[in-house]
Design a protein around this ligand. Structure first.
Ligand code: MN
Length: 273
């Protein structure tokens, strides 16, 4: 099944949607993240397609119509990611996972990118490599120009590394303490003048609205907080690619997390400039 909004051939595409049904880099006892990409496509088809007078009508977003040219690559093996991204320069890749270590492969194509990393965890473990807990340590990222949003459950060694490398962290409590406009200001200042890659682990959301993840942590962000930020990022920064990772349909409830992922994906596409 292809993504129902895929409306372009590869040649004319502005965005290429790439599914990576792989969880080999996950250490979670909750298996199922490899089923994430297809769950996203399925929910989009179930929810967003209407038939009007024999014609297909697609749901749009609050901010308008999705007018971008999108090509769905289908699902690819993890080891093919960099090759496919490199042969599609000029098109913005959207990666849907799969476990978060897939992002390391993606970022290998964008050295020195500023990364806006939405995650409950810092994923900056240095004592182990190439798994979902070491993405920001393994990837060739400009950490001084990157920012971690929604973090609330680091390991002890990660706290030391965060301090050492100077990666700015915004916790969910900071949203309450300083407010959303302040959070946006931090992101905007940090990434000023940089090309930006956005990586989102669905565990950044509160598990009450996104239970279908491999490592849920209470006290997460709500949807509209993240959407507020994404709209600004997509409009005001040059976004070179983004991903939505760690959907785990085996632990989802009423497809809640898959629905949320689809909504976010559509809003991000619609708001990109
Ligand atoms: Mn993660």
């Amino acid at each position: 099944m292809k993504f129902v909004y895929a409306n372009s051939d590869l040649k004319g595409a502005e965005f290429v949607l790439i599914g990576v049904p792989d969880e080999s880099g996950s250490h979670s006892s909750r298996k199922g993240a490899k089923k994430g990409p297809d769950a996203i496509r399925k929910v989009a088809t179930e929810r967003c397609v209407f038939k009007r007078n024999g014609k297909i009508s697609l749901a749009q977003v609050s901010s308008g119509k999705i007018q971008k040219k999108i090509y769905d690559y289908g699902n690819i093996p993890k080891k093919k990611i960099s090759q496919i991204i490199r042969t599609n320069q000029g098109r913005i890749p959207i990666i849907i996972g799969g476990d978060h270590s897939i992002t390391t492969e993606v970022l290998s194509c964008f050295p020195h990118a500023a990364v806006i990393y939405f995650d409950a965890h810092p994923d900056i473990i240095s004592s182990e490599k190439r798994y979902y807990g070491s993405v920001l340590h393994d990837a060739p990222v400009d950490l001084k120009k990157s920012i971690l949003v929604g973090m609330r459950e680091p390991e002890t060694e990660e706290l030391a590394t965060l301090k050492k490398v100077g990666l700015q962290v915004i916790s969910p409590q900071d949203f309450y303490e300083h407010g959303l406009p302040w959070v946006w200001k931090q992101i905007a200042q940090k990434t000023k003048g940089k090309k930006v890659y956005i990586s989102l682990d669905l565990d950044v959301f509160d598990p009450s609205i996104a239970p279908g993840v491999s490592t849920p942590v209470p006290g997460g962000l709500d949807f509209n907080q993240v959407l507020f930020l994404m709209k600004r990022i997509m409009k005001q920064r040059q976004v070179i690619g983004f991903d939505i990772m760690e959907l785990n349909p085996s632990y989802d409830q009423d497809q809640r997390t898959a629905h949320l992922a689809v909504k976010l994906l559509l809003e991000m596409i619609a708001n990109s400039t």
